[in-house]
Structures are given as structure tokens and as C-alpha cells.
Design a protein around this ligand. Structure first.
Ligand code: NAP
Length: 250
């Protein structure tokens, strides 16, 4: 796809990597609209980024369709979707209570929240996006899913690992099913990237992580953007995952 013709939707675009992707699409000469869950953050980011922003919880079916419709009204039928919005609610599946010794299990709320945002969110967004591309008989459309190296199975991230592994499986299914409609689908699996998500980790934990990465540092959002741009521009790429992790293997 020629980058100048890009009309992109970015979910979770007010902060972190999503915000960087909004900036990069604009810098590359494409059009972009974004959503995020917090209305005040959306309004501020929309003003700062000079891009239309919409308050939308990606796990809410009606809100996602409204985001899609409003964005399409603002810039025309989107031809790129970046499923970026994501959350973590880390914790061990089972640990012993320090005083009673009783088993403490991961709560259903932690499991469900992460699956809702990280897996149901991309399902709803891709559904609205693919239907719009189909109706418009768009020749080429691209979906990029933000997975994670945690999809291999990371201790303390049962919920997140399941969602990010599921998203890679969906990437392959969508690639197979939607190719006939001109939709390519790829995934990027970042390692540890410098964003508010990782800035929430304890400094000593971050230092320990960095020391285990062959390149000895966290990645930058712009380095993930390079992989996304490749997926958008390479017309022969679909159904695959690009890993950008500094060589880290979980
Ligand atoms: P981030 O800094 O936490 O930003 C994520 C954005 O998504 C935030 O603005 C967040 O809003 C928003 N969001 C959360 N729930 C939402 C919902 N229900 N609907 C719409 N927006 C929602 O995260 P990031 O580090 O940029 O990560 C971006 C993506 O890359 C995620 O899918 C993440 O899992 C993945 N990833 C990140 C890393 C990393 O090291 N950072 C590594 C691998 C994969 P609030 O801030 O208000 O919650």
C-alpha cells in the first residue's frame, strides 16, 4: 500500500505506542483517527496531535461501531487498522497466602478484563473495519495487531499471554479468510518497549529485564512503528508475526 493513501484507525492512541503511531502516520503523509478509553485524555491528545480522536472502550460493541462510523465520516473509509489498545493485570495464577498458607488464585475479574480489552477489542474493531472495507469494495486494506513476546507464555501473565497468543491465532485466521476481500493482516510482537505500560514497573525490575536483553536496553515506540510500516507497505505480507524484542526470548 502506498503510504500517502493511508487512512488509519489507531486504538489506544492517546498514550504510549499508539500515540507514537498516530504521530508517525501523520508525519508520513497519511490520514489518521484514533480512539482511547479516557475522554479527557482523548480531547487533550487530539488537540496536541492535530488528529481526530474519539472516546471509545474497544471492548464495547456499540462504542466501537460509533468510533468506526465517526472516523469514517471524518476522513473517509479507513484502509488501515492498528489494534493497539491493551492492558495488563499481572499476577500469579496461584500463590500461597503469606499468613494463612491458603491458596490465593487469580481473580476472574483480572482474567476477564485483560481478555475483554486485548482480545475481544481487536475482534470488535476488526469486524467493524472489515465490514466497512467490504461494503466500500476497497482494493487493499491492512490490519496490524499488537501482540507481545509474552504470547509464548510468561509467568505472572496468564491472562495477558492467553490474549496475546489468541490475537496471533486470529491474525492467521483473518489473513486466510479476508485475503479474498483484499484485506491483509499482520501482527507485531514487541519485547519490552519504553511506554507508560513499562514505566509502571519497579526500576529494579526494569533494570533486571534490560540486563537479560541481548541488546541491553528497552525498545522505543518508533522501532515498533518501523515494523508496522513494513506490514502496511509490503503487499506480500499477511498472516505472520514480526518480533521486535532486542533478541529477548521468554
Ligand atoms: P500503554 O502505554 O498502556 O497505552 C495503551 C493505551 O490504550 C492507553 O492510552 C490506554 O488508556 C488505552 N486503553 C486501555 N484500555 C482501553 C480500552 N478498553 N479501550 C481503548 N483504549 C484503551 O500501552 P503500550 O505500552 O503503548 O502498549 C500498546 C500495545 O502494545 C498494547 O496492546 C500492549 O499490550 C502491547 N505491548 C506493549 C509492550 C511494552 O513493552 N510496552 C510490549 C509488548 C506488547 P489508559 O491509559 O487510560 O488505560
Amino acid at each position: 500500500m502506498e503510504f500517502s493513501g493511508v487512512r488509519a484507525l489507531v486504538t489506544g492512541g492517546a498514550r504510549g505506542m499508539g500515540r507514537c503511531f498516530v504521530e508517525q502516520v501523520r508525519a508520513g503523509g497519511g490520514q489518521v483517527a484514533f480512539c482511547d478509553v479516557d475522554a479527557a485524555a482523548v480531547a487533550a491528545a487530539s488537540e496536541e496531535l492535530g488528529a481526530p480522536g474519539f472516546a471509545c472502550d474497544v471492548s464495547n460493541e456499540g462504542a466501537v461501531q460509533r468510533f468506526y462510523d465517526d472516523a469514517a465520516a471524518a476522513m473517509g473509509v479507513p484502509n488501515v487498522l492498528i489494534n493497539n489498545a491493551g492492558i495488563t493485570r499481572d499476577g500469579l495464577f496461584l500463590k500461597a497466602h503469606p499468613e494463612t498458607g491458603e491458596p490465593v488464585m487469580m481473580g476472574l475479574d483480572r482474567w476477564q478484563q485483560v481478555l475483554d480489552v486485548n482480545l475481544t477489542g481487536p475482534f470488535l474493531c476488526t469486524r467493524a473495519f472489515a465490514a466497512g472495507a467490504f461494503r466500500a469494495k476497497q482494493a487493499e486494506s491492512v490490519v496490524v495487531n499488537l501482540s507481545s513476546i509474552s504470547r509464548a507464555g510468561n509467568a505472572g501473565q496468564l491472562n495477558y499471554s492467553a490474549a496475546k497468543a489468541g490475537l496471533v491465532a486470529d491474525t492467521v485466521v483473518w489473513a486466510k479468510e479476508l485475503a479474498r476481500y483484499g484485506v491483509r493482516v499482520g501482527a507485531v510482537a514487541p519485547g519490552f518497549i519504553r511506554t507508560p505500560m513499562t514505566e509502571g514497573m519497579k526500576p529494579e525490575a526494569l533494570a533486571k529485564v534490560a540486563s537479560g536483553i541481548p541488546l541491553k536496553r528497552l525498545g522505543e515506540p518508533t522501532e515498533i512503528w518501523l515494523a508496522i510500516r513494513f506490514i502496511i507497505e509490503c503487499g506480500y505480507f499477511t498472516g505472520r508475526v514480526v518480533e521486535v524484542d532486542g533478541g529477548l526470548v521468554i
